[in-house]
Design a protein. Structure first.
Ligand code: ADP
Ligand code: ADP
Length: 228
């Protein structure tokens, strides 16, 4: 469902952040992307939702080649994948319900369907009772729950997360991981860049280590493998 073939990314400043990446993810997989700072993890992730375009090589997501995808086709791609960020990226002027409903409103989903679907995902993330609150009234963990609800409201085949627990305390991080586990158990592929050694070493899943823009390890049930 997701495949990279010999992918290179050279930024305008000359830095090569992907140096010949080839990899495949199957439907339903849960994979961690690990590696030191500056290794190319974010670049790898960003190429999968076309925040960055590969300089060469193929990035195939749900049959679309993102290297050649036209900018005007990006909204269509984004509807098929969920993205979760370290800093949540919620819209501060919209309440919880509106932040989640937004993704369905832009595709002009039926109002009754939107209401039903938004309340379903808010229930799943345990925030139905805070639907009318605004992001700045929520704890960090709650904001990340909202952002996860937003990422799955379209029922995407894959959720891509870039350090989703990076701003959260350990206990809240485990709650968020349980949520990702539950979403994965329902069949959604999860690809997650993380620095969280404890989580990677406890919830054993596929581990892909990137260093210097190259995949240096790809192991099912692997360990984190770095000191921090
Ligand atoms: P990681 O997520 O593993 O920390 P990144 O993918 O963010 O790694 O960065 C990989 C390399 O690419 C680093 O050397 C970083 O400085 C560089 N880089 C990342 N984004 C950009 C950008 N927009 N422009 C120029 N260089 C960048
Ligand atoms: P945590 O201990 O998880 O970091 P907080 O102490 O930030 O959580 O918040 C605890 C509870 O209080 C949360 O449910 C949050 O929604 C609520 N809360 C926090 N700040 C505000 C605020 N400014 N207005 C209303 N509710 C708030």
């Amino acid at each position: 469902m997701i495949e990279m073939k010999n992918v290179y990314k050279k930024y305008p400043n000359g830095i090569v952040a992907a140096n010949g990446l080839s990899i495949k993810f199957n439907q339903g997989e849960f994979a961690y992307i690990v590696g030191p700072s500056g290794a190319g993890k974010s670049t790898f992730i960003k190429m999968m939702y076309r925040e960055e375009r590969a300089t060469s090589g193929d990035v195939i997501v749900n049959g679309m080649n993102l290297t050649t995808l036209k900018n005007k086709e990006i909204p269509y791609l984004r509807r098929q994948i969920g993205v979760v960020f370290q800093d949540f990226k919620l819209l501060p002027m919209l309440n919880v319900y509106e932040n989640v409903a937004f993704a369905l409103e832009v595709i002009e989903e039926q109002p009754a369907t939107i209401r039903k679907r938004v309340m379903e995902v808010l229930d799943l993330v345990g925030l139905k009772h805070k639907a009318r609150m605004f992001p700045n009234e929520l704890s960090g963990g709650e904001q990340q729950r909202v952002s996860i609800a937003r990422s799955i409201v379209n029922v995407p085949k894959v959720v891509i997360a870039d350090e989703p627990t990076g701003n959260l305390d350990p206990e809240t991080s485990w709650d968020i991981m349980n949520l990702f586990e539950e979403i994965n158990a329902r069949g959604t592929t999860i690809i997650m860049a993380t620095h969280n050694k404890e989580i990677v070493n406890t919830i054993r899943r596929r581990v892909i280590a990137i260093e210097g823009g190259l995949i240096v390890r790809d192991e099912n049930g692997g360990s984190y493998g770095y000191e921090i």
